[in-house]
Unconditional design. Structure first.
Length: 97
């Protein structure tokens, strides 16, 4: 049986074998290609990293956004999909001041 030339990195997204390994080597992209059943639009980071397909993963993405090359972009996508998290963050900021 021949080896597959492509591997799935997100639902419906395939890349050349070995590409996902190279993606993981970059800063903040260690989960690249590990969520094969998540829709491409449900990722906050580049190269299918920082999955936000549910509230728990969205919170996790916010907690780890500082590892990404562009943390502000991760936060923007999470807050766009889950406005209640942005509201919670703003409330905590008010209490802290």
């Amino acid at each position: 049986m021949a080896k597959k030339k492509e591997v799935t990195v997100a639902k419906g997204v395939k890349v050349k074998r070995g590409t996902e390994e190279k993606m993981r080597e970059k800063k903040g992209q260690s989960s690249a290609g590990k969520y094969k059943d998540v829709e491409p639009g449900d990722f906050a980071g580049p190269n299918y990293t920082f999955p936000i397909h549910n509230l728990a993963h969205a919170r996790n993405a916010l907690a780890r956004a500082h590892f990404a090359a562009n943390p502000a972009a991760i936060k923007r996508k999470v807050y766009a999909k889950y406005p209640e998290l942005k509201k919670h963050h703003e409330e905590r900021e008010k209490k802290g001041k």
